[in-house]
Ligand binder design. Structure first.
Ligand code: CTP
Ligand code: CA
Length: 230
């Protein structure tokens, strides 16, 4: 499946990929964060370079080596990620939001370390919602013909199946493609493999066979390139 070596279908294109998980500080030593490893975003960046693209990788708290030939922009919080992605997206042909932005941040960030109280009580942390980067870049396109891709890890529940939730999310976000991982059975985070369905705003659904994150990255770029070149 390693199509990247012989396909040049992103030559002359500028793509933006976000990767990793954002962290929202509580005080100088603590944060709210998540377990995103950045592996899928980094695989996407490498695959895009292999297919000839100019790549900007907005990387949130990832401990992987910089992929060769990629412009890496490091960010910490969701607001920083938003600013970096919006700025890079202005001139981009495609944006793939593989990062896991923290949905909430503390209302107040303490300048000094929060100390334990002697009476055994714990502090209450008030949270506020972070900006939705995917919804914003889908709504306000740098280029009208750009392709915007989101990711979603979903579980089925009483309200609907994995694909029901994913379809609703695709519509809510306004992106062109949504890469859906079914996480009902176990974790995807940190795993070298991935299984997914690629949903299109045109109603299409393509099942991606289980494979590596590099394999999935190439399938995603196949979809992006098909939309850019049609
Ligand atoms: N995303 C984003 N900005 C946010 C949160 C999410 O751009 N503040 C992007 C993610 O990078 C991903 C997509 O939106 O590509 C879906 O993320 P997800 O967490 O599933 O969506 P949410 O709208 O946060 O919904 P949920 O309540 O299920 O977490
Ligand atoms: Ca979320």
């Amino acid at each position: 499946l390693a199509r990247g070596s012989d396909v040049d279908d992103l030559r002359g294109r500028h793509v933006v990929v976000s990767a990793g998980g954002t962290r929202e500080p509580l005080d100088p030593v603590r944060f709210l964060g998540n377990r995103s490893s950045g592996l899928q975003g980094y695989a996407l960046a490498r695959a895009a370079v292999a297919r000839g693209a100019e790549v900007t990788l907005v990387s949130a708290n990832v401990t992987l080596p910089d992929p060769a030939g990629v412009k890496v922009v490091r960010v910490g919080t969701t607001s920083e990620l938003r600013d970096a992605v919006v700025s890079a997206a202005a001139a981009a042909d495609a944006v793939v939001m593989a990062a896991a932005p923290a949905d909430f941040r503390p209302v107040d960030v303490s300048d000094s370390k929060i100390k334990k109280a002697d009476d055994g009580t714990a502090p209450t942390i008030d949270l506020v919602q972070n900006p939705d980067v995917l919804a914003e870049i889908s709504r306000e396109r740098g280029r009208a013909d750009s392709v915007v891709v989101g990711f979603a890890a979903e579980t089925g529940d009483d309200a609907g199946s994995v694909l029901d939730h994913a379809r609703a999310k695709l519509a809510r976000k306004g992106c062109d493609l949504l890469v859906v991982n079914d996480v009902s059975g176990g974790a995807v985070f940190g795993s070298p493999d991935n299984q997914a369905v690629v949903l299109g705003s045109d109603g299409s659904a393509t099942e991606v066979p289980r494979g590596t994150k590099a394999d999935l990255a190439h399938v995603i770029w196949d979809h992006v390139a098909a939309r850019l070149n049609r």
